[in-house]
Write a protein that binds this ligand. Sequence first.
Ligand SMILES: [Mn+2]
Length: 280
Amino acid sequence: MSKCVSENNICIIGYPWDWNTAGDPGARYAPSILRKYLYEYNIISLDKNINICDLGDVKIAPGDPFISERRFEEALDITQNICKRFIVLGGDHSLTKIVVKNILKKHDEIDLLIFDAHLDMRKLSEGKSSGTYLREVIEEFERRVNPIVIGYREHSNPMYMIDYAKERGVKLIDIDHVKKTFHEIHNEIMRYLKSNNIYISIDADVLDPSQCPGVNSISPDGLFLRELREMLRNIISIQGVRILGADIVEIVPKKDLGDLCIRNMALITLDLIKYFITSG
Ligand SMILES: [Mn+2]
């Protein structure tokens, strides 16, 4: 699973960093277990012209965000050169900001599609964490990033965050709306897109806790796996847009029951690989 010789590489890279977690740490252990289940699935049927290139994990300097981020950035530079598309296995959600920053070296603007129960727009005065990353993205990159948050729960976010998001023009699609319209929600999302470049970030807690108990911050009443799979398939096949990559974050294996969340998110990873291959 580690052929990295072709320009058709679909790359996988782990960033086992969870020192920014606002809540239960443990997401650092997710990348290796996600891989275990991913490679147990039937991936033989994939297009033979595509190589799955697993670059392994970025070497973390425990507790040191600066060294770890620098190493991650170097790895992402390589990834952007040799990979057709890439999937980052986290790690906590703070990694998404590092990826976005890296992508913006090459692209003027991107649409950032986020599946998450939370808005992660805490005030920076509360301390920088995985719960502030989206506010940091909005404030640092302003109009170059167009965030669309899908599946957030009103009951799990303070009102000030929802107000802030609306003030900054962030598109919010709450769980009730997603549940009712997931079959055709890609049409709505299409109308919100501002560029031709999409990056997808999936926080495992967007799934319902019954299907994904192993997360840092549980929020009741979420998506079912099949709903998420269908939405991703439809979004990735929107004509005329380019999916640059994706990440899967915030899985905490020690809180998972029967590795259920990890197995489900490994299947999402497999889906992403398949959709990335077929979307040209
Ligand atoms: Mn979350």
